[in-house]
Every structure is written in C-alpha cells, then in structure tokens.
Ligand binder design. Sequence first.
Ligand SMILES: [Zn+2]
Length: 312
Amino acid sequence: MKALSIDLGGTHATLAVIDDTTPLASESIPTDRGKGLQPLLPVFAESLRRLLSKTGIALRDCVGVALGFAGLVNTRTGRVLSTNEKYDDALSIDLPAWSQASFGLPFRIENDARMALLGECYAGAARGISDVVMITLGTGIGGAAMIEGKLLRGKHMQAGCLGGHIPVLFTGRRCTCGNIGCAEAEASGWSLPLIAREWPGFAQSVLAQNTEVGFKELFAGAERGDTVALAIRERCLQVWAADAVGLVHMYDPEIIVIGGGVMASASVILPYVQDYVSKYAWTPWGKVKVCAAQLGNQAGLLGAIPLLTDKI
Ligand SMILES: [Zn+2]
C-alpha cells in the first residue's frame, strides 16, 4: 500500500512516498513558519510529484496524502484548529480541497506527535502493543496515547496530544500554551536556554562557552563533569520522568516510547525515566516499560498508512 506523506516541522518539512513501512524516496524542504502554510502548498505538490516520478509510483496507486502538523488539528474534517504560533494561516486553509485539486487523492491530517505514535505502533518500537504512550522530546514536548488499540483523540481533538503540557511545577515558568509550569516550559528545547542562563554559576560553566545551549551541549557538558550542566541535566531528567508518571496515571499504558533528537543520549535518559516510573507510578499489575523510539525522524512519515487506512 502506497501513500504520500508530509511531516511539517517548525523549520523544515519532510516529504516522502511511502510503501507500507518503507519510505521509497524523501526530501526535506526548509520552511519559514512565519510566512505561513499557503505559500508552501505548491512547493509541497511539486516535491511530491518529483518523488513520485523518481520512484515510478503512479498517483492512482496511492491511498492518499497524510500530513503531520505541529498543532491541534481536526482529523475528521482535515482542518487545523490551533497553531501555537506556527503557520498561523493554516486555520483558514481547506487542505482536503488542496489535496483533491493537486492529486485527486483523499487527505488526512494528524497532530505530529500522534503521527509519530502511529508510526512507532505500525513499524517501530510499539509494534503489536495496544496500550502505548509516546513522548517526543524536541523544541517542545510532544505527547500521544493509544488505549486498547485506539488512538486517543477526544471530543475536541486534543486528548492525549498535550502530554508536554502537563503541569509539573505550578509555580514555574509561563508556557507557550498559556499555562504555567508545563513539562515543556520546564525542560524542552525552547525553554532550556532560558533555564540555563538563569542557573546559578552559568557564566562560569562550559555551557556559557557555546553560542547556543541545546540538549546536545547540555549532555556534552554533563559528560565532561561540568557541575552546572550536570545539575540542569538532572533537573530535565526529573521533569521528563515526572511527566512520564503523570502520563502513566492518565493513560494506563504498557509501554512509554520516548523519541526526539535528545535520544542520542538514550543511555542516560532511558534508565533514569525507567527507574523513576518503576518507583513512583501506581501500577499494581506490573511495571511500565520505557523504551526508545526506533524510527527516528521517520516515525511521523510512517504514520501515513495507519492514518489513511485506520489500520494498526
Ligand atoms: Zn504548556
């Protein structure tokens, strides 16, 4: 089964022709979310046509176009509901009509974290498991949940996908979502530089030698034994682990799959979150397994077939 898949991030979009669990061809296009989604649609159409011709796949053999979007979306209508300062014009765009006009194909949209969960359930770390929570650690923190084989969406399409916006500190930082002390506000790609700069001793730490403070720099600094980096890393691990316990209590999963670029340091993150969840989650039936995503940045793309066919 073949499909066209688009994973739209804040700084770039990845487009692919998918054959079941394999991307046959893909390309990445830089985007400027401030300029909106509308100018990107012809670029996406051109890219997908180029990928189709490269693979020799005919449009009539594709089941549809799938789009993973970093925001709240209505999968039933194909519309974007709320963008959290990303591609603000998307709310007014009729994407199913665009797909029909450009390709003559059905269109489905899904929140990017849910897409990653669908991908991991279909072809990755959660294959064959019906009760799954996914956490994606990146610029923000994505969340998604599957309960008894059903992807959780909810009445207003926001169930399960706000796992990064669970408050872990009600006296904490203001989050981009409007809430205070969300996991994302306390330990994510966008909040880390703010946290680091305010940390006592930051100016003397190795972190201050970098122009940017990202998780790569943080984990490298901690590896070198820098006390500030070690303390901030510990704090981030605590936030993610507390978030994970919250998600276990909410969604009753058998496993938690953690993805995102920071999982390059999975050897530090996984045992920490696993120990914390095993110690603090109330799960008399047994222990929730914490594991790493297997599909990397292809997880969202590979959510296309299960999204378009409602098949896991
Ligand atoms: Zn939030």
